[in-house]
Structure formats: structure tokens, C-alpha cells
Design a protein around this ligand. Structure first.
Ligand SMILES: O=C(O)CCC(=O)C(=O)O
Length: 257
């Protein structure tokens, strides 16, 4: 989807944009069914968290979403002509699950992206609203740059490291709920402050988190192993990786055969 000038201006002003329609109901239902099957096959019980990272590398339906031309078209005016998929993660909150996501920015000293540029896509596998713990974003917070982090003060924090951005209560109060129907997407900037609360409904809330960077962004060599990601060119080319979007799509497609 090509963004209108108004949408680009809204993203620049607020640091997020939603909803963006990716899939109609039938296709969204198909994605949810595939996720349900994967969840059942993997028996997420003991190792839930690790199973949820970078499954676009071995699950074609997740790769298809992550590399969707509709999403990449939307990203192009925001990130430029050369775009990498940097990593994915599914974040699920099951009914009765106390887990939540502490206030944070996706760009942090830990992931060492230079220059610090990233846009995150959040694809709704399930409908997401306040009741089941949708993402909350603070409008304009991306303009503050990188905030200091401290140990998280919330129980059940789903972030990889149990941290949170240092943020004042009056800032959190400005947060907007990112309500999405299954099959819709939101985008937020790397410095946008966001979080999500526990699921108080009887419905699951699963979302596919997609990290995109412009191709000139590099990751520091000293970054911890579980923060290293696999960059795949989705649009244009990358001189350091020495590859382009067409060959990467062929390579990925072949890997699923
Ligand atoms: O899924 C959530 O609740 C949080 C998502 C998130 O932190 C992100 O998209 O960067």
C-alpha cells in the first residue's frame, strides 16, 4: 500500500500509524489457522519464548507476511528505497495470562543499530483491543530520542531483557490504544514509547512483530548473541550483504521447498 502524504505526515508527527489493511477476513483466518497449527505442533509450554523468534526463517506463511509487498510499499516513503527485514517475533498473550510488555523503545543501546533507525510493524494475528492487551503508543514520544533504561517494575514482562524505559506517569497517560482487526497492521518508529497490558479477556492476543531497517544501518559487532538478527533484503539492494531483493526472495522461496 502506498502511503498518502497525510499518512506519512501523521507517522512523522505521532511516531506511529494504523490501521493498515494487509489481509481480508478469509486470508486473516487462514493465517490464524496456520499459527494455531504451529502453536499446537510446537507445544509451546516449556519453551514458549524462544519458539516465537524469527520463525519467518522456517515458516513460509510468516515469511509471506513479513515480506508482503503491501507492507514494503508502505515502508518505502519512510525508510527509503533499500529495505531490510531485520527480525521477527510473535508476541502472544493467552486468556488469563498475566504477561505484559513494559514501556520501552525498540531502539536501545543493546541492539546497537547505527544509525539508530528502525520501523516496527505489528501484524494482528488475532483482533487486538484494550480488553486483550493491545499495544499502547505515546504520540510524539519518538521525538525525544533514546531514553535511559532501568530494571522493569512490572510482573511478567515479555521483553527479552527485563527492562523498561524511564518514563514519567504523565507521559504514559497520553498513550493511545492501537486497536487492530486480525489481518491489519500498525507501524511504529524505533524511538516511539510503547507497552501493552495483560489480557483480561477470554480471547487470545497474538501479533507478529516485524523489524525493518534501511539497508545502510549496521549492527555493532559487540552485540549480545541473542540480540543479533538476520538481515534479509526486501527492496532494493545492500552493498555490504552483496545481494538484492529479487535474489533474496528466490533464496527464501527455495528454502521452503
Ligand atoms: O505485542 C506487544 O504487546 C508489544 C509489541 C512490541 O513491543 C513491539 O511491537 O515492539
Amino acid at each position: 500500500m502506498v502511503l498518502t502524504d497525510e499518512q506519512v505526515a501523521a507517522f512523522d508527527r505521532d511516531g506511529f500509524l494504523f490501521p493498515i489493511d494487509i489481509h481480508e477476513q478469509t486470508e486473516a483466518d487462514r493465517v490464524r489457522k496456520q499459527w494455531d497449527e504451529l502453536e499446537a505442533a510446537e507445544g509451546l509450554a516449556g519453551s514458549r519464548r524462544e519458539l516465537l523468534y524469527n520463525r519467518h526463517l522456517d515458516q513460509e506463511f510468516l515469511w509471506d507476511i513479513a515480506s508482503s509487498p503491501t507492507i514494503v510499499d508502505a515502508l518505502e516513503p519512510l525508510l527509503g528505497p533499500d529495505i531490510l527485514l531485520f527480525g521477527t517475533r510473535v508476541i502472544c498473550k493467552w486468556p488469563g495470562d498475566e504477561s505484559q510488555v513494559a514501556w520501552h523503545q525498540d531502539l536501545s543501546a543493546r541492539n546497537q543499530l547505527s544509525p539508530p533507525m528502525q520501523i516496527t510493524g505489528w501484524y494482528a494475528i488475532d483482533d487486538a483491543d484494550e480488553e486483550n492487551g493491545c499495544v499502547l503508543c505515546v504520540p510524539g514520544s519518538h521525538a525525544e530520542g533514546m531514553l535511559a533504561r532501568e530494571p522493569a517494575a512490572v510482573a511478567g514482562n515479555l521483553l527479552r531483557f527485563n527492562e523498561q524505559s524511564r518514563v514519567r506517569a504523565e507521559v504514559m497517560e497520553k498513550a493511545e490504544p492501537i486497536r487492530l482487526r486480525a489481518g491489519q497492521l500498525s507501524l511504529h518508529a524505533g524511538f516511539t514509547l510503547h507497552s501493552s497490558l495483560s489480557n483480561h479477556s477470554r480471547r487470545r492476543r497474538c501479533g507478529l512483530v516485524l523489524r525493518y531497517v534501511p539497508a545502510h544501518v549496521r549492527q555493532g559487532k559487540g552485540v549480545e548473541v541473542n540480540q543479533r538478527e538476520t538481515a534479509i533484503v526486501l527492496r532494493g539492494s545492500d552493498s555490504l550483504l552483496g545481494t538484492d531483493a529479487a535474489s533474496e526472495r528466490d533464496r527464501m522461496r527455495a528454502s521452503f521447498r
